[in-house]
Design a protein around this ligand. Sequence first.
Ligand code: KIV
Length: 263
Amino acid sequence: MECITISHINNWKKNKKKFAAITAYDSSFSKLFANQGVPIILVGDSLGMTIQGHTSTLPVTIKDIQYHTKAVRNGTSHTFLLSDLPFMSYNNTKQALKNTKKVIQSGANMIKIEGGKWLIEIIKELSSRSILVCGHIGLTPQSFNYLSGYKIQGKEKKDENRLIDEAFLLEEAGIKMLVLECIPELLAKKITKNLSIPVIGIGAGKHTDGQILVMQDVLGITVGKIPKFAKNFLSESKNIPEAISKYIHEVKTGMFPNKKYSF
Ligand code: KIV
């Protein structure tokens, strides 16, 4: 099977072909998701909550990401694999380079980092060494203390303008993909339209180029507070493969996310 590359994802944006992505943390699920046709898998630091049972992503280490990236890669050789650099593992360029090396050598195609302007030098340096970097703005879970919880971002005009500025600055610095989390649909639309790189949304409405969800949310096994943007696809399906096909289908056809799952 042909390996999915950043060129494929860029073409999907250019040709307005919507695409689905999902998190995975082990080889069984990554194989199943790949077999159902999911083109992009994220080894998210959400594993701190979904796998390790913490109340945030903050305890996740670079070793954890390496371990899960290797496991996920063992399940699929052709899927485009994105892995998070966890909290405080990219404080400066030197540290970011050292930890990126570990994650890429574990099987990731691209690394994802959370934040705005302060990342510019780090992104420039990684990009100059041919590393694919994905940005992540809006609700950035590694900053949940600073943000006073897991809340929608960009509702006030000043925050909206800041997020638009950050998206442009990050693109200019060299990111090749952007995740927008938990922001109003119209703000995500504006950012997606004005960037030339693919934009993936989670709780950012239907106008982004792609969508991503945490696998536990897709399969309805999240216990406790379920985010407004999360849809349980298993409840409308006979089994897990069918739920994943339904998720891909609804994203590709623009059925998901509708108003119920957007801000
Ligand atoms: O860690 C993660 O799962 C993520 C997604 C919420 C995009 O960053």
